[in-house]
Design a protein. Structure first.
Length: 91
């Protein structure tokens, strides 16, 4: 019998995308409390769904590794506006 991990190949991809979003949010200074409260949590749920289906995950990883600034992220990230609204620094 296969392990649960192998029976659900999408599971790893989902958790990797969520981890990537968490790293981006941390990097740009998103206030988690603000993000969680926006639209009663619906804005964060929508941002998670957007990240999950985002075709720019490779660009996102490169941006994180290179130490790029917010304007570079905003050039490709569909969640950049959400991140800006929730930022402690107001990028």
């Amino acid at each position: 019998m296969q392990s649960d991990e192998r029976r659900w190949p999408q599971t790893d991809r989902v958790w990797q995308q969520f981890a990537l979003m968490d790293l981006v949010m941390q990097r740009v200074g998103v206030d988690p409390a603000v993000a969680a409260r926006m639209a009663g949590g619906a804005a964060l749920a929508e941002a998670r769904n957007t990240c999950l289906s985002c075709p720019f995950h490779r660009e996102c990883r490169r941006w994180l590794e290179s130490g790029g600034d917010f304007s570079e992220l905003a050039g490709f990230c569909p969640n950049a506006g959400f991140f800006r609204e929730c930022s402690r620094r107001r990028a």
